[in-house]
Design a protein around this ligand. Structure first.
Ligand code: BT5
Length: 258
């Protein structure tokens, strides 16, 4: 991907107006956080063809084959109160799901807290991190990995991961997917930055594969089972368990019953 190709696909006013493209980087989130600390403008995007230390939550590895997928991070300066920071991951997941449908015609699903699925398999992960200064969000970095044209995954991921190519049988132009994701992200980001959350949450719920279902939540080894009810205003998951509603702030979800 080069800057001209990317530029020709952008429909955004702010996101992607400045793009840093690297052949190899440790992690686009790490680089974007450094740029954010150096006061890079809002909307700056860091793209890497390959990451040597791409990661998800709890330092778990993000495995992505060089030159076949999208791994990038967007610097944002949200005007959100600190307790709304979780809305950024929700917005990013929704943006990717919608962009995938826009690009491929296939219905992608959202999964709390930060996944997008195609055909019940993970096609995208989001890692949102923030820089807090004086109790406020000084900047946020939204890292997005989308499996676009990868055909073979490491053995431990073959049952759980997929790509747009594997699901559609078509090799896709990564810059088109990128342009569509940024377009969608800018739209939803502007909504939440204006204090309008309901529309995004409604859309996210509409695409969710888990709401109303019995799920098991794994919090680093501690398991809780209940019915997934909705996403709270801070991005937490409302789970109904033993007749009571509780809010969950992190964990991994497995759907066990419809
Ligand atoms: C995530 O974490 O899903 C967030 C991943 C964010 C990656 C992007 S790439 C650009 C930016 N720079 C970074 O360094 N990170 C961001 P989590 O929910 O913790 O899921 C991680 C788990 O997903 C791993 O432990 C694997 O099981 C699985 N996984 C790893 N690579 C995958 C892939 N390519 N496709 C599907 N699943 C994958």
């Amino acid at each position: 991907m080069n800057e001209n190709e990317i530029r020709s696909r952008l429909t955004t006013k702010v996101l992607g107006q400045k793009v840093h493209i690297y052949e190899t980087l440790d992690s686009t989130n790490t680089r974007a956080k450094m740029l954010a600390l150096e006061n890079a403008p809002e909307g700056t995007v860091v793209v890497a063809e390959e990451q040597t230390a791409g990661h998800g939550r709890f330092e778990r590895l993000w495995c992505s084959e060089k030159g076949r997928n999208l791994t990038f991070s967007v610097i944002l300066k949200p005007k959100l109160p600190r307790n709304r920071i979780g809305m950024l991951s929700i917005a990013a997941g929704l943006a990717v799901a919608k962009a995938i449908t826009e690009t491929t015609g296939r219905r992608a699903e959202t999964k709390w807290p930060n996944d997008v699925l195609l055909n019940h398999k993970k096609v995208c992960g989001v890692l949102s991190e923030s820089i807090i200064r004086d109790e406020n969000i000084a900047a946020a970095v939204v890292g997005i990995g989308v499996n676009v044209n990868q055909l073979v995954f490491p053995q431990e991921l073959t049952d759980s991961a997929t790509s747009l190519l594997l699901e559609t049988g078509r090799s896709l132009d990564r810059t088109q997917v990128f342009g569509n994701v940024l377009g969608q992200l800018e739209y939803w980001y502007n909504r939440i930055n204006s204090g309008i959350f309901d529309e995004m949450l409604e859309e996210w719920h509409g695409l969710s594969m888990m709401m109303g279902k019995t799920i098991t939540l794994d919090q680093q080894g501690k398991l809780i089972t209940g019915v997934a009810r909705r996403i709270a205003g801070d991005g937490g998951l409302i789970l109904q368990s033993d007749g009571k509603e509780m809010k969950i702030l992190s964990g991994d979800v497995t759907v066990i019953r419809d």
